[in-house]
Design a protein around this ligand. Structure first.
Ligand code: HEM
Length: 164
C-alpha cells in the first residue's frame, strides 16, 4: 500500500537535502569559477584546531546531506514499488529513472572520487605538497561534474513529478 504521508515527508526531506548539498556545490562554482593550481592557505597554528573543526563540519554536513537525498529518493520509490523499474528505466519510470541514475552517479562521485582526494587537499590526512596539488585538479573536475549533473537531475526529477 502506498502511503501519502511517507511520500510527503520523504519529498520534503529530499528537497531540503538537495538545497544543502547542491547549494554547497554551486556556491563553490561561484567562489571558484575557474581551476587554479593552488592549495587552501594553511591556518595559523593558534587557529588550526578551530579551522579544522569548522571545515570538517561544513564538509561533513553537505556530504551526509547527499546520503539523505539518496535515502529519501529510494524511500519514495520503495513506497510506490518502483525502485527496480526506475533503475531499469522501464516503461513509465523512464524519466524518473534517468534522474535517479544521474543522482546516484552524483552520490558515488562525491563519496568515491571527490572525498578521498579532498581529504588530502584540506590536510585532513598526510600527503606531500605535490600530491595535494594533483588532488586539487581531481576535486575540481569531480565537483564540476556534479554541478552539471545536478542540472540534468533536477530537470528529470521535476519532469517526472509534473507530468512527463
Ligand atoms: C540520489 C538519488 C536520487 C533518487 C533515488 C531520487 C528520487 C526521487 C524521487 C522518487 C522523486 C519523486 C518524483 C516523483 O514524484 O515522480 C524525487 C523528487 C525530487 N528530486 Fe530526487 N532523487 C535523487 C537525487 C536527486 C538529486 C541529486 C536532486 C537535485 C539535483 C534531486 C531533486 C529532486 C527534486 C527537486 C524533487 C521534487 C520534484 C517535484 O516534486 O517537483 N533528486 N527524487
Amino acid at each position: 500500500m502506498q502511503l501519502a504521508i511517507v511520500d510527503m515527508a520523504a519529498r520534503w526531506l529530499h528537497i531540503a537535502g538537495v538545497l544543502v548539498w547542491v547549494g554547497h556545490n554551486w556556491a563553490n562554482v561561484v567562489n571558484h569559477p575557474v581551476y587554479r593550481r593552488i592549495l587552501p592557505q594553511d591556518p595559523p597554528d593558534a587557529a588550526r584546531e578551530v579551522f579544522l573543526a569548522a571545515s570538517k563540519r561544513e564538509h561533513g554536513v553537505f556530504r551526509h546531506a547527499s546520503l539523505l537525498v539518496w535515502a529519501t529518493g529510494l524511500l519514495m520509490l520503495w513506497n510506490r514499488g518502483e525502485i527496480v523499474d526506475a533503475y531499469m528505466l522501464s516503461g513509465a519510470s523512464l524519466w524518473i529513472g534517468i534522474g535517479v541514475w544521474c543522482g546516484t552517479i552524483m552520490v558515488l562521485n562525491l563519496w568515491l572520487i571527490l572525498w578521498p582526494h579532498q581529504k588530502k587537499v584540506l590536510g585532513y590526512i598526510e600527503a606531500t605538497v605535490e600530491e595535494r596539488l594533483r588532488c586539487t585538479r581531481v576535486t575540481f573536475l569531480s565537483s564540476r561534474t556534479n554541478s552539471f549533473l545536478s542540472l540534468a537531475t533536477l530537470f528529470f526529477m521535476v519532469t517526472a513529478a509534473h507530468g512527463a
